[in-house]
Structures are given as C-alpha cells and as structure tokens.
Design a binder for this molecule. Structure first.
Ligand code: PEP
Length: 254
C-alpha cells in the first residue's frame, strides 16, 4: 500500500509570518491521518513553519537545493542545511528547468545528493505544450524520469516521490484529465521505473499529479490506481482550499 501524499508548493509566496499563520491554519484544520501532508515554503520561512509543525504529522519540504554539501556557491542552499528542517525537497520543478536552466544532469546530482542525506526528493517531470502537441509526451517524461534516477540502486529509487506535472497545466487553470494523467504515469513513469529498477520499485514508488489541482478536481486524479496524490501550487496558498484537497483525497482513497 502506498500512502497518499499531498504536497503544497508555496513557490515564491509567503513571508515567515504569513507562512506561520498558514501552517497554523492547516495544522488546526487537518482532519485525517490517512494522507501524508507536506508543506514546502520558501527557504526563509522554513524555520518559522518548522516551529508550527513541531509535534504534528505534517512534514516540511524545501523547493530546491544544490547538490554539494558546502562550497563557494553564492545564494545556494545545501542538503546538509536542509536536513536540519526538512524531510522532503522538490527537485527539477519545471519553473527551475525553464527559468534557471536546470538540466537532467543537474537534477540527477540533486536527487542523488538528497538521498545521500536522508531527504526524500519530490522529482518533477512533465512535457511542455509544444512537446505534447508534437506527440512527444511519453518520450519526454520517460527520459526525464530515467536520467534523474540514473545510478541509483533499486532501494534508493524506492525512496523517491515523482510528480507528473505537465508544464501547460501548471498555474494555468487548465488541468490534465484524470485519464490522461493516469496513462502517462502508468505507462511512461511506472513503465520506465520497471525497466530501470524492476517491477517492485515501479509498484512501490509514489507518483503524484500536479497542475491546476483544486478541491473540485482532485478526486478525478486520486481515484486512479497509479496516482497517489498531488503536488499543489496555487491552491496550497489558502488553508481552506489546501485542506479541501487533502480531505477529498482521503475520501477518494478510503
Ligand atoms: C506547481 O507549482 O507544482 C503546481 C502544480 O502549480 P499549480 O497547482 O498552481 O498549477
């Protein structure tokens, strides 16, 4: 059994004080222990949100990290620093790939570094609109998955969470259909994992959908057998909508 997981990516939103208030509201409103919940605030709010979550089952995640432990990398944050606060780290988000030119090799190094330090990567993969229109979705998603996990042992690969996030669905209000997301995840993500690491890893890894998820559409995704939850951007910035997504997931998976 794979435990459902809902992770909130706050992106570049929320000061420490605002993050503290949002985390407090989510902690107070959470009514299920069937869904693992992860909050990923900006680095500057990690400490404040960590204090709010102390003693609860809600986990903390970061949105990015460097692959080196330390060094002359101005502006970067290392896995050694993150593991003081976080259990999870989002890696390879399409906004990092697009705006900061992260490539598959950088993401592979980050995934390996996170695992080396006991952090769980939430590895994001997904095609752009032009890739989709060119019929390249499967090839793109399979290649991103395979390259990011290259060199891992099956045991390490089992510890990764993958988020399928079609780029055209992120922040656009235009979510994929549940059937489409299920097909990509089953065939191109779990299929790639099976080829690379074997069937057991393919069955054990948790895979999320991300892209314009709301309390109204989440059930459409999490009712599918290959989809274990969601990576949520916009709707994670308000307690009411984020809690709605968590509680709908608990209902759908019950
Ligand atoms: C994201 O940032 O990972 C995301 C899925 O954003 P949104 O839910 O706003 O589409």
């Amino acid at each position: 059994m794979r435990q459902p997981l809902i992770a909130g990516n706050w992106k570049m939103h929320k000061t420490a004080a605002e993050g503290q208030a949002l985390a407090q509201a989510i902690r107070q409103g959470l009514q299920t222990d069937q869904v693992e919940v992860v909050l990923c605030p900006p680095f500057t709010a990690l400490s404040a949100v960590h204090a709010v979550l102390h003693g609860s089952s809600i986990r903390l995640g970061a949105q990015n990290m460097h692959w080196e432990d330390a060094g002359a990398f101005t502006g970067e944050i290392s896995p050694v620093m993150l593991k003081e606060w976080c259990r999870y780290v989002i890696l390879g988000h399409s906004e990092r790939r697009q705006h900061f030119h992260e490539d598959d090799e950088m993401i592979r190094r980050k995934v390996a570094a996170a695992l080396r330090h006991g952090l769980t990567p939430i590895l994001c993969v997904g095609e752009t609109l032009s890739q989709r229109e060119a019929g390249e979705t499967g090839a793109v998603v399979a290649a991103q998955t395979r390259r990011a996990l290259e060199g891992l042992t099956p045991e390490q690969a089992m510890g990764v969470v993958i988020a399928y996030e079609p780029v055209w669905a992120i922040g656009t209000g235009r979510a994929a259909t549940g059937a489409d997301a299920e097909e990509v995840i089953r065939r191109w993500i779990r299929g790639t994992l099976a080829e690379q690491f074997g069937v057991e890893v393919a069955q054990r890894v948790r895979v999320l959908y991300g892209g314009s998820v709301t309390p109204e559409n989440i059930a459409e995704f999490v009712c599918r057998p290959s989809i274990d939850g969601a990576l949520v951007g916009g709707a994670s910035l308000r307690a009411e909508s984020f809690l709605g997504i968590i509680h709908e997931t608990a209902r759908a998976k019950a």
